[in-house]
Design a protein around this ligand. Structure first.
Ligand SMILES: C[S@@+](CC[C@H](N)C(=O)[O-])C[C@H]1O[C@@H](n2cnc3c(N)ncnc32)[C@H](O)[C@@H]1O
Length: 263
């Protein structure tokens, strides 16, 4: 950082890894092999990028901050199996990455971590994610139905993946030390990404968490005709109370509801 005159930008979630032990923890969790093509969102100074490049076939590194570009290019320069993509990971078209990524391994910027995970589930080539995220974000993705952390990210991720919080990450592995706790979260794909209409159903269902699901869907913009009654009937047919709330349905039960309402 001194060499390149870099001052970390907290608004961009710049907490850089400074403990080499954590790299091995990430590497083991990601089960890295020489056949892997990795997508790393948030290259930073390239510490994790270099570790990944030494162990895999190819690494796509995405970084938003142009101020980090010289340092990152200098770290990646000795690794011809890397491609640097400067830009916002949320806006870049990641479907055109060549070769297509098989894994996402990253110390994700806090602000966009959940969005990046949800968006990359759309990349059918990706089979596994190991990501450092804020503790609450990790818990939200891994949460079971009827628990406080369960919500849209839990359902959307678990419709496609097995999700688990792998372990807590000590604050001291980052510089600067963040003022929130982090965890390593792991996702393993078991199914294709859910279709858009299922994702929309889940989002509208959770939009009014304290109301009955049938009511919440009826409050969505331009609701389908008779959606409240149809949802109540479908819920009962699936063995739920007609006034069940969004949080009481498991991901599999959301899919079953969608099949009844939308197919
Ligand atoms: C937590 S740091 C991780 C840096 C590095 N991988 C490490 O582990 O030391 C997150 C990085 O993501 C970058 N970043 C923030 N928002 C981004 C976005 N929307 N798209 C791509 N990169 C982003 C930040 O500039 C920062 O370098």
């Amino acid at each position: 950082m001194r060499e390149f005159g870099i001052r970390p930008n907290r608004d961009l979630g710049q907490n850089f890894l400074v403990d080499s032990n954590i790299l091995d923890v990430i590497g083991r969790a990601a089960e890295l092999t020489e056949d892997d093509v990795v997508l790393e969102v948030g290259g930073g100074l390239g510490v994790l990028s270099e570790y990944l490049a030494e162990r895999t076939k190819h690494v796509h590194v995405v970084e938003l901050d142009r101020g980090l570009q010289p340092a990152l290019e200098s770290a990646l320069d000795p690794h011809p199996n890397t491609t640097l993509h400067m830009g916002d990971a949320v806006k870049l078209d990641l479907t055109t990455l060549d070769p297509p990524p098989t894994k996402v391994v990253a110390n994700l910027p806090y602000g966009v971590a959940a969005t990046v995970i949800i968006q990359t589930i759309e990349l059918e080539s990706v089979q596994l994610w190991v990501a450092m995220v804020q503790k609450e974000v990790g818990q939200r993705f891994a949460a079971a139905a009827s628990t406080p952390a369960y919500g849209v990210p839990s359902v959307l991720a678990q419709l496609a993946c097995d999700v688990k919080v792998i372990r807590k990450v000590p604050r001291g592995v980052f510089h600067p030390v963040p003022n929130v706790d982090s965890v390593l979260v792991g996702l393993k794909r078991h199914s294709p990404a859910p279709p858009q209409s299922l994702k929309t159903l889940v989002q509208h269902g959770f939009a009014h968490r304290r109301k009955a699901l049938a009511r919440s869907l009826a409050l969505a913009p331009n609701p389908p005709e008779h959606i409240r009654d149809r949802t109540r009937e479908a819920l009962e047919a699936l063995g739920h109370p007609a006034d069940a709330r969004a949080e009481s349905l498991s991901p599999a039960q959301w899919r079953a509801l969608w099949e009844k309402l939308c197919l």
